[in-house]
Design a protein around this ligand. Structure first.
Ligand code: R5P
Length: 288
């Protein structure tokens, strides 16, 4: 029967149950539509993973290596990133609004590298995050740090505001110099963030038992890159993290400080979205 031959009654398809697409991202099924929609822009719905490019270092470090000229070094990478983690100053001054790359907006700050880093405050109002069309806001949480409670409070304030506006909160677990990045610590830090309302948690990789860190965190975990490594090592770390349960990466220096940032972000993308083995992705990087 062609559409023209259908009766008015047929067009209601009364025998076909209404479709209800489940929202597959870990721990996110109960979120409101706006939150799910924003998360679906950051995490590809096809695999639930993201390659987030972190360039927010300037908010406490100034123009660090690779970020001296964001217009020249980062804008060409936008097409290859699932999301960009940056500050509102950099968004408004330098990131083309037409790029379409979802923004994860740094929303805590205060101290510089010259001071106690855990002494942060909320640095962005949720209304401004909405105005920027941010897909999430990011806040540093210093579990075990000097201003631990204050940083947790920053996060819970943002979670409350984010719930009102439908904007998810990404908690960044910061590891102080005196804290060990082992699975025991990372399980503690990530779980506290998730229990207190973070919708996504960013944490470091640890060689032993990272799978238990991911398993114990009820929301998506993204892996932080950390200091610059040789490309093969960084790709290996990303590969292991996603194999062991991370929903992707939020990498900065290992991408923008690479000798070829475009080739590197594409290689990271192959690891995260195509499960390319590290050596295969590295060969792809070398063939750039
Ligand atoms: C934490 O301080 C910020 O989010 C950093 O900008 C981000 O974690 C750094 O990324 P990476 O360690 O990969 O350079």
């Amino acid at each position: 029967m062609t559409e023209h031959e259908m009766t008015g009654h047929d067009r209601f398809a009364t025998s076909v149950p209404a479709r209800a697409e489940p929202f597959g991202l870990k721990g996110s099924a109960g979120l409101d539509w706006g939150m799910q929609n924003r998360l679906a822009r950051v995490f590809r719905p096809s695999d639930g993973r993201t390659v987030m490019l972190a360039i927010d270092h300037g908010y406490f470090q100034g123009p660090t290596t690779g970020l001296e000229r964001v217009d020249l070094s980062i804008v060409p990478l936008l097409a290859h990133a699932d999301a960009l983690m940056t500050t509102r100053g950099m968004v408004r001054s330098t990131i083309p609004a037409a790029s379409g790359t979802p923004i994860v907006l740094r929303a805590s700050g205060g101290p510089s590298i010259l001071r106690e880093l855990s002494n942060e405050q909320v640095a962005v109002g949720m209304e401004d995050a909405a105005r920027i069309n941010a897909c999430a806001v990011a806040v540093q949480v210093f579990i075990g740090g000097e201003f631990e409670t204050q940083s947790v409070r920053n996060m819970t304030r943002l979670v409350d505001a984010g719930q009102r506006y439908g904007i998810p909160v990404l908690a960044v677990t910061a590891v102080g110099k005196e804290l060990t990045r082992d699975a025991r610590y990372l399980r503690l830090a990530t779980r506290i963030c998730a229990e207190l309302g973070a919708h996504v948690v960013k944490t470091y990789y640890c060689a032993e038992d990272f799978d238990t860190v991911a398993a114990a965190c009820p929301v998506p975990l993204v892996m932080a890159g950390g200091k610059k490594l040789p490309e093969l090592d960084a790709l290996t770390m990303a590969y292991r993290a996603v194999e062991e349960g991370a929903a992707g990466v939020d990498m900065g220096r290992n991408i923008f400080a690479s000798e070829d940032p475009v080739a590197m972000i594409r290689a990271v993308g192959a690891v995260v979205h195509e499960s390319a083995k590290p050596q295969v992705a590295h060969d792809q990087f070398l063939r750039r």
